[in-house]
Ligand binder design. Structure first.
Ligand code: LMR
Length: 341
């Protein structure tokens, strides 16, 4: 390199640095607010699609002032770790299942896991969209977490490598559950051995026989391919799966008010979208599981379901001391559930 070329490069670098110095304050002022939205399921699920819709609406309506980075499939964190990451501010937004709030110290959320408590989706939504849902969200605030929306993902079904028709079929089966103590009691009431496990480990655990079976929703069974290693599926609808879209409270409270309003609007639409997707995808994914021929899909008879109910309903009383009778009563009332005397 000649002396004059070196000089001209040096001069160009100096000019570029000067230009950057002038441009820098503007660049920083325009840096978008980044929301890292972490979740544990596949992108093509009701939650995955809801998160994507939220991203699109938030980015579009904020004119690029907000950037939402969605991390699906436990890419960043597994179930328990993502809660801790949210509290620490390493991520700003999550949508964990309501069955995963116990480790955060808010056990009342486990009321949603009580067997057969919601007769349909309308009953679930009457709870989450009313005062009970708002009261539960308030309990998150001392933990540094703010609840923004509930997303419905339909009813739980069961799977294993043996037919699950009668309660006796569960005897001794190792069943993977989410971290909820109510789900632990539910599996014990059926005579099974519950095993808490992160969602990201489920497929491997079923395939290798670490656990024998699990409960879940069709959209998760299908996208995680668990049905390929579970010969039998029973449409028991004995439990319900839903999510709370939550944010780091300090982050949320520190946002400019107009941005918060935009995000609230985006989330409202994303919520309606995710709920619609839940209805549709769970039906479609169950049909795809059936069509695959890899698992039988069994609908229990009324008598069989009565037997399940008989075994499972005592869990409501058993778990009152953990969940809180007043929370249970409030949910019964809003959901129109009448407990047997
Ligand atoms: C599970 O762990 O089975 C579910 O909570 C996963 C999910 O987020 O749907």
């Amino acid at each position: 390199m000649t002396h004059s070329t070196t000089r001209s490069i040096t001069r160009r670098s100096a000019l570029a640095a000067a230009a950057l110095a002038v441009a820098a304050p503007t660049t920083f002022a325009q840096a978008p607010i980044v929301i890292k939205f972490s979740h544990v399921v596949a992108p093509d699920t009701p939650k995955g699609n809801g998160a994507q819709r939220f991203k699109e609406l938030a980015e579009q309506r904020s004119g690029g002032r907000v950037k939402v980075d969605v991390y699906p499939n436990s890419q960043l964190y597994k179930d328990k770790e993502e809660m801790e990451a949210l509290q620490l501010g390493s991520v700003q937004m999550l949508a964990p299942s309501l069955a995963k709030f116990g480790p955060l110290g808010v056990k009342e959320f486990e009321v949603f896991d009580l067997p057969f408590i919601f007769k349909d989706q309308a009953a679930f939504r009457a709870v989450t969209e009313g005062q009970v849902g708002a009261d539960l969200f308030r309990k998150l605030e001392p933990k540094g977490v703010k609840g923004l929306a509930y997303w419905d993902n339909g009813f739980h079904i069961m799977s294993a490598n043996k037919p699950l028709h009668k309660v006796a079929d569960f005897r001794g089966l190792k069943m993977r559950i989410q971290s909820s103590k109510v789900l632990d009691a539910e599996m014990r009431a059926l005579g099974a051995v519950p095993q808490v496990m992160a969602f990201s480990e489920l497929y491997q655990a079923l395939q290798s026989g670490v656990v024998d079976g699990c409960e879940g929703v069709p959209s998760n069974f299908y996208t995680q391919k668990t049905y390929e290693v579970q010969k039998h599926t029973t449409i028991s609808n004995h439990g319900h799966l839903a999510y709370a879209v939550i944010v780091n409270k300090k982050f949320w409270d520190g946002l400019p008010a107009d941005i918060r309003t935009i995000l609230e609007g985006a989330l409202k639409e994303a919520t309606a979208f995710a709920n619609d997707m839940a209805t549709k995808e769970n039906i479609d994914d169950l049909e795809k599981m059936r069509a695959s021929g890899k698992t039988t899909i069994y609908t229990p008879t009324a008598a069989e379901l009565d037997e399940w109910k008989k075994a499972l309903m005592p869990v409501h009383k058993e778990m009152a001391s953990r969940v809180g009778q007043s929370t249970i009563d409030a949910v019964y009332k809003a959901a129109g559930f009448v407990p047997a005397k």
